[in-house]
Design a protein around this ligand. Structure first.
Ligand code: HEM
Length: 330
């Protein structure tokens, strides 16, 4: 199928939120709190839902490690028996009932995975459908969200967001990149964006970024079809596919070269970097046991053999996610 190249959907990331919503937010608050305040100001605070990636669907699954995956990392789930998973697919944006193609999603999807290890601990992996991020730091992300909030339709040009994008080329590229609409969440590739350090049993460490690829390859719908589909087609079509059997992805790590940045998520690594096959993610059924809002995925939730890199966004995410979790479970 030919990818749906919706420029509108990605530009919308800025346009959609241009509602003149800027949070006065106390500057002495931690950055994670201010980021969540600003997200709530842009999208509206919807009770009991995530400040971002508010719309989602939760599934059960299983991870089966590939032969030799433990050569990259000694993480316990990379060898031996399969590990049960909880998987939440989502759309970016803080509006919980927004249709999949709503501009408020910016065309960006999420896949958050919780590995339930046999000792009762958990490892989380949280990816988006974009390869790279618009900004390198939490400070810049707040500045971008504030600029969007200050750029309502009546604001003279150049608006604050236009000014921000003119001085931040990665953010400009991110919001103007056309994003194809997948047939379902099960046909969408995902990217870890932030680098992690993988260390094997011999003590050899390599930096890498996760990639999650549909086993049968990506599949997208046309522009016209995307516009005609029901509002929750990404999740509905995955549920329909699951009636015929599991929907599978390959979990890979793209290994960086010595001069690839591990601290700046706007710097996408060249596609010719080698990838290591970690194993197979099999999505098997809708998870009817989990209360979506009791689930919290944190990028710092790792296990021995995997460490966060020095990318500042990783700790910032954990701070913001914990803040959002606190608000949505009050
Ligand atoms: C400074 C940068 C970022 C901030 C401030 C931020 C903020 C947030 C917040 C507040 C939530 C809601 C969390 C919750 O209530 O549990 C969220 C969810 C999410 N974010 Fe981020 N985020 C950032 C970067 C990223 C990046 C780089 C990725 C992907 C690589 C990502 C992927 C996701 C996904 C998939 C979810 C939904 C998780 C779920 O299903 O529970 N975010 N983000």
């Amino acid at each position: 199928m030919r990818p749906f190249q919706s420029v509108a959907a990605s530009i919308a990331f800025s346009a959609l939120m241009a509602t003149g919503a800027t949070c006065a937010g106390a500057e002495d608050q931690p950055l994670g709190v201010r980021l969540v305040d600003q997200m709530n100001a842009l999208y509206g605070a919807h009770r009991g839902v995530r400040a971002n990636h508010a719309k989602g669907a939760v599934f059960e699954g299983m991870f089966t490690p590939a032969q030799g995956a433990d050569a990259l990392s000694s993480a316990v789930f990379l060898k031996g028996a399969p590990t049960p998973l909880v998987i939440r697919f989502s759309n970016s944006g803080g509006v919980p009932d927004a249709p999949d193609t709503d501009p408020s999603t910016g065309g960006v999807r999420g896949m958050a995975i919780k590995f339930r290890l046999s000792d009762g601990s958990e490892v989380d992996m949280i990816c988006i459908s974009a390869n790279g991020f618009p900004v390198a730091t939490g400070e810049d992300f707040l500045a971008l969200l504030q600029a969007v909030g200050a750029s309502g339709p009546d604001v003279p040009k150049p608006t604050p967001v236009e000014k921000f994008l003119s001085t931040h080329p990665a953010a400009h590229d991110f919001v103007t990149t056309p994003r194809a609409v997948a047939v379902s969440y099960g046909t969408q590739p995902f990217f870890g964006v932030n680098a992690f350090k993988f260390t094997n049993a011999q003590g050899t460490s390599k930096f890498g970024r996760y990639r999650i690829v549909p086993e049968n390859g990506p599949a997208y719908v046309s522009d016209e079809e995307a516009a005609k589909r029901p509002p929750n087609a990404l999740a509905d079509n995955l549920r329909a596919a699951l009636e015929k059997g599991p929907v599978k992805f390959r979990l890979l790590v793209q290994v960086g070269a010595a001069d690839d940045s591990t601290t700046d998520a706007t710097k996408v690594w060249p596609d010719n970097r080698p990838t290591v096959e970690l194993g197979e993610i099999s999505v098997s059924a809708l998870d009817t046991k989990k209360v979506e809002n009791e689930l919290l995925f944190l990028p710092t939730n790792v296990t021995s053999g995997i460490d966060p890199s020095d990318d500042p966004i990783i700790n910032m995410r954990t701070e913001a996610y914990a803040e959002s979790f606190g608000r949505r479970t009050k």
